[in-house]
Design a protein around this ligand. Structure first.
Ligand SMILES: Cc1ncc(COP(=O)(O)O)c(C=O)c1O
Length: 298
């Protein structure tokens, strides 16, 4: 799904290491780890109706990712929260906002891979933009990518790192096929996720999603599992093959950026739209966005 420039974002202010800078001045050093090696962790977070949705869950995943990557001098949770609040306040953003929160290993004393060259602490970037759900009201067509999703044998998908080459190569395959996104398989040939979202299928009234082995354990994914459990909808994690996906009653993707989006085609096979459970889940998810979140006070 191709996003377009939103004119409301032309004068936004972006937080970099304690300073709020206009978008044209918001730059980081060429010595920063994220430039040198994609050596950073990140979160995509949404603001709905004066509340930051699932803020603690996102901050927790950011901290766990930074710890797993062995970052040093990680800013405190309180500092990161303040940075996010200050950025939203500076832009007067209380709704319809997406925050790209990035924590890099920081600047190096000279170019190179070695984290021992990082002697200035982490770099924190808070990029908040006006952005409604990118898949809102849209349906998705997918293809299966040739490139496989990382397994914990190579790089654990639980680390939400900014080295997205694996997924970008899959997205290029989707672009070449003229569809919205690509399904990535795990090393055993089972479905892992798409290049940008988690994936679910519905069959005979039950909901299924892959084990979080080769996919990011998404926060929206967790919410869908919780919603199903609380509403007597059977949900199971399992290995899912492409054949099962092609023959599902409904297929959908989940993610902070695009919420719950219906898939209507995979590898040119039309996905039936039977059962209506996805619509129920979309309603229940919307209700959650209306009540959940850390309230903004400005
Ligand atoms: C590869 C990948 N899968 C899934 C997701 C969805 O995760 P969440 O629901 O936490 O936004 C993301 C979001 O960043 C992602 O990058």
């Amino acid at each position: 799904m191709m996003q377009e420039f939103d004119n409301r974002n032309k004068d936004i202010k972006i937080w970099i290491d304690g300073k709020l800078l206009n978008r044209d001045e918001a730059k980081i050093s060429v010595f920063d780890s994220v430039v040198q090696g994609g050596d950073a962790v990140w979160e995509g977070i949404r603001v709905y109706d004066k509340k930051i949705f699932c803020f603690d869950e996102h901050l927790n995943r950011l901290m766990e990712s930074a710890k797993s990557m062995g970052f040093e001098d990680i800013p405190s949770l309180g500092y990161i929260k303040d940075a996010v609040f200050s950025t939203l306040k500076a832009n007067d953003m209380k709704d319809e906002t997406h925050i790209r929160l990035t924590l890099t290993r920081g600047r190096k004393i000279t170019s190179g891979m070695n984290p021992q060259l990082n002697q200035f602490g982490c770099t924190l970037i808070v990029l908040a933009e006006w952005k409604s759900s990118i898949y809102s009201g849209k349906t998705l067509k997918l293809v299966t990518a040739n490139i496989r999703r990382n397994s914990p044998l190579c790089l654990d998908s639980r680390i939400h790192h900014a080295n997205l080459i694996n997924n970008i190569l899959a997205k290029i395959e989707a672009n070449h096929a003229g569809v919205d996104d690509a399904i990535m398989l795990d090393l055993n040939g089972f479905v892992a996720e798409t290049n940008a979202t988690n994936i679910f299928m519905i069959k005979n009234g039950n909901v299924y999603t892959p084990f979080p082995k080769s996919c990011l354990p998404g926060i929206t994914r967790d919410l869908i599992i919780e919603i199903c459990n609380n509403n007597n909808i059977l949900i199971l994690e399992k290995d899912i093959s492409l054949t099962e996906l092609y023959n599902a009653d409904e297929v959908f993707t989940t993610g902070t950026m695009g919420e719950l989006a219906r898939v209507i085609e995979i590898d040119k096979r039309r996905i039936e739209n039977k059962g209506g459970i996805l619509i129920e889940l979309q309603c229940l998810f919307r209700k959650l966005t209306e009540i959940e979140g850390e309230r903004l006070t400005f």
